[in-house]
Design a binder for this molecule. Structure first.
Ligand SMILES: Nc1nc2c(c(=O)[nH]1)N[C@H]1C(S)=C(S)[C@@H](COP(=O)(O)OP(=O)(O)OC[C@H]3O[C@@H](n4cnc5c(=O)[nH]c(N)nc54)[C@H](O)[C@@H]3O)O[C@H]1N2
Ligand SMILES: Nc1nc2c(c(=O)[nH]1)N[C@H]1C(S)=C(S)[C@@H](COP(=O)(O)OP(=O)(O)OC[C@H]3O[C@@H](n4cnc5c(=O)[nH]c(N)nc54)[C@H](O)[C@@H]3O)O[C@H]1N2
Ligand code: SF4
Ligand SMILES: [Mo]
Length: 714
């Protein structure tokens, strides 16, 4: 492994040559799950970096209908600048593809000869197209035959997914079109800050408010979204579960339960009714800090609403009790009779570009394509038949994302890692420890478009194509399958992830029954046609979706079992996806965070996002216009805390947790709780502090709350 400095200094500086495919091309933003539609126009000179890419919003995609955020507007900058990778790197040195691929294949063979198939692990991402996610899972299970594959979605919406599966038998982020929100009388948003994380989303909430609907936001901070709310409930971080129990208690005592709906469409309400009896409002106020009067007003708004939605974001979900917290919000929605009613429901606001599709097609440790379970014999049989392998040869479930990273290089853990589409050195919890684990590997291979902090540690880096240089499908937060289209050619020495997977399969040799070239196609459409067959009959059934239909119909909602089927915008209207068609109430209990504050670490740290930057920042920190907005990490503190520490805005603050320490510029904000500090995770630092305690069901780490102390620097 090479230290960061030695590889960065030798980044290849050759610049891409732009060749127009067709301009403008209708495609979608490379970043978040809103998947805003955009037109990409390319003006391409024969040579050099002077080509310009112009991005304008599409009007025909309902999620953004003419809007984009600043990340979308500036997304073209990484296509043309000198910031991207343009040749493979071997120990930091530019090399040819054959040399890099041969090296990787040789090392994989050596590691597996010594440590068995599970000696090699794969880590994927929710930003990968459906085709990439699918082929990566197939490659891991059939060529590497490893059980050790998981992805960054585990850090994202996995708690909401687990809770939705438990309650509805299906996890489709929003089980209704986003435009339904405009017609609601009330929306309760727990732990989401759409004004910064999905600005065009706010149009749908504003449309609701303009026609008399009310927005209720639950967030410990007064965010840009909370400022637009009719009611803002500001609980202590990590106390949403108690708050949701308290709200349901009030729904029951104030007579707002939709008894007919509960009787006709659900099971298990009696146990939940009993379990929330002890969560009277005064007790909840003591625990959460939310005044009883505000809880009552929120319940009155929800109880009055004819149509309403309950939504959760990462703020409520990224906790060691995230699955139970989301379950408590789903119980609330069910008691009010919302899920499966036209214009109403519960939804998780999915985050990454393909956060929805990325969790359906088999890059998850416990999963096969079509949202099938890898330990289900019928699922194994079906998928093995499509793949042309023996079901007994498919590995079983592997480790979840953090557990996988934590095991790397250990006696029992994998010795090699292939990583596609994630930057865990910045984004994983307890990132200092994760970096040590990555450094202890015999082989680290990273496929990326830029030299991310994680790529900088790799033995081999593969430079990969970006969104506007490739085709494929992305499934947005509504479950609508969309087409990513190629607007320009990639630089000559850059290959797509599909090409990289095929090249490795050819070198490693697929099982005897497979021809690696045909089993791992590089044309996205060919991969998609196989994915359709692999998903057929599964929960996330894409069998009837074709590229032609997506283009003609501005997206198709899954499940869509055959080409004559219209797709399913609202899957729960008649029945839920459970065996008896009824939704399940599940009793849950509040518990404190994995790590509570004490004398030594007296403050809560919570982490999240700012508008101008995306995720680990690997892409957006390389875009000048976005760095001009926010250039460095910061620590948001209440004025009272700043006064006690004798710091003022712009000075440096050290933040220390049981796992590590970091520094950030002081930002004073009277709208944060005085017992809480906030840091964005777009720069290395915040995650040196975070607590990797995992949710027992979803294996989601506790990103949103840990105990810290802060000190003035100098
Ligand atoms: N600008 C930008 N947009 C993005 C992304 C990005 O990195 N940058 N990433 C995309 C992705 S992958 C995702 S997952 C989404 C995430 O979208 P959001 O869920 O909106 O994002 P976060 O900022 O992580 O968290 C939302 C809010 O949770 C609050 N919060 C913190 N702790 C708690 C708590 O205990 N309870 C409650 N109720 N709230 C709490 C925070 O104050 C924050 O305002 O954004 C997507 N869009
Ligand atoms: N403290 C804290 N930590 C968090 C969170 C939080 O709220 N707080 N949020 C968590 C959440 S919700 C998420 S989703 C994760 C995300 O964190 P990461 O998984 O690190 O996500 P990105 O920064 O998007 O990393 C994607 C990487 O893949 C590259 N890339 C983009 N597209 C492609 C592609 O098509 N192919 C390949 N090969 N590479 C590509 C990008 O350049 C980038 O380096 O972070 C989590 N970490
Ligand atoms: S909201 Fe999301 S999809 Fe839309 S432009 Fe911004 S980052 Fe891109
Ligand atoms: Mo995410």
């Amino acid at each position: 492994m090479k230290p960061l400095e030695s590889t960065i200094g030798r980044m290849p500086l050759s610049l891409p040559v732009l060749t127009p495919v067709k301009a403008p091309t209708a495609t979608h933003c490379p970043y978040c799950a809103l998947q805003c539609g955009m037109n990409v126009a390319v003006e391409a000179p024969e040579q050099g970096p002077d080509g310009t890419v112009t991005i304008t919003p599409r009007q025909d995609i309902p999620a953004n209908a003419g809007g984009l955020c600043q990340k979308g507007w500036t997304a073209g900058e990484l296509l043309t600048g000198g910031q991207r990778l343009t040749t493979p790197l071997l120990h930091g040195e530019p090399v040819g593809w054959d040399e890099a691929l041969d090296f990787v294949a040789g090392r994989i063979r050596a590691v597996q000869a010594e440590h068995g198939p599970d000696g090699v692990a794969v880590f994927g991402g929710g930003g990968l197209t459906n085709e990439k996610a699918y082929l990566l899972g197939k490659f891991a299970r059939t060529v590497l035959r490893t059980s050790q594959i998981d992805y960054n979605g585990r850090f994202c919406m996995s708690s909401a997914a687990a809770a939705s599966n438990r309650a509805f038998g299906m996890d489709r982020g929003l089980p209704f079109p986003i435009t339904d929100l405009a017609g609601a009388d009330a929306v309760l948003l727990a732990g989401g800050n759409m004004a910064e994380t999905m600005p065009p989303f706010v149009r749908h909430l504003s449309a609701m408010r303009e026609s008399g609907g009310q927005l209720i936001v639950i967030d410990p901070r007064v965010t840009a979204t909370a400022r637009q709310a009719d009611l803002h409930l500001q609980p202590a971080p990590g106390t949403d579960l108690a708050l949701a129990l308290g709200l349901l208690h009030l729904v029951i005592t104030e007579g707002h339960v939709d008894e007919d709906y509960v009787a006709a469409r659900t099971n298990g309400f009696d146990a939940v009714r009993t379990s929330v009896a002890a969560w009277w409002p005064e007790r909840v106020e003591r625990l959460t800090g939310v005044p009883v009067s505000l809880m009552r007003r929120a319940v009155a708004v929800l109880g009055r609403a004819r149509r309403a939605a309950v939504l959760t974001g990462r703020g409520a979900e990224q906790h060691a009790k995230g699955t139970d917290t989301v379950t408590a919000f789903i119980n609330l929605a069910l008691a009010l009779g919302l899920p499966g009613r036209p214009g109403s429901g519960y939804g998780c606001v999915t985050g990454q570009g393909n956060g929805q599709g990325g969790r359906e097609h088999g890059q998850k440790a416990d999963q096969l394509p079509g949202y099938r379970k890898i330990d289900d014999p019928a699922a194994r049989e079906h998928v093995a038949r499509v793949w042309g392998v023996d079901p007994d040869d498919l590995p079983g479930p592997g480790r979840s994302a953090y557990e996988l990273l934590d095991a790397l290089g250990t006696e029992a853990g994998p010795r090699a890692l292939l990583l596609f589409g994630s930057n865990p050195v910045v984004s994983a919890p307890r990132a200092g420890h994760v970096t040590e684990r990555l450094n202890s590997l015999d082989l680290l291979v990273v496929s990326d478009l830029v030299l991310s902090e994680t790529a900088a540690l790799a033995d081999v880096v593969f430079p990969t194509t970006q969104w506007a240089e490739e085709g494929g499908t992305m499934t947005n937060l509504e479950g609508r399958v969309l087409l990513r289209r190629r607007a320009l050619a990639a630089p000559p020495e850059v290959r797509s992830d599909l090409e990289i997977i095929q090249a490795l399969a050819v070198r490693l040799g697929a099982p005897a029954s497979l021809d690696p070239v045909r089993a791992f196609p590089t044309e996205p459409r060919e991969v998609f046609d196989e994915l359709r067959r692999a998903s057929a009959g599964g929960i996330a059934d894409y069998a009837g979706i074709t590229y032609e239909r997506i283009a003609a119909e501005t997206g198709v909602f899954w499940p869509c079992p055959d080409t004559g089927h219209p797709g399913t915008p609202r899957p729960f209207l008649d029945r839920f996806a459970t065996p008896d068609g009824r939704a399940r109430f599940v009793p849950v209990e509040h518990r404190p965070p994995g790590e509570d504050i004490d004398e030594e670490y007296p403050l809560y740290l919570t982490t999240g996002r700012v508008l101008a930057h995306y995720q680990s920042g690997a892409q957006t920190r390389r875009i000048a216009a976005l760095n001009a907005v926010v250039a460095e990490t910061f620590v948001e503190v209440h004025p009272d805390l700043a006064e006690r520490l004798e710091v003022s805005a712009g000075q440096m603050l050290r933040v220390v947790s049981r796992r590590g320490e970091t520094e950030g510029v002081v930002k004073i904000n009277p709208a944060i709780r005085a017992d809480t500090v906030f840091m964005p995770f777009h720069w290395a630092g915040a995650n040196l502090l975070t607590n990797p305690e995992l949710d027992p069901v979803s294996r989601m780490p506790e990103f949103k709350v840990c105990a810290v102390r802060v000190e003035r620097v100098g």
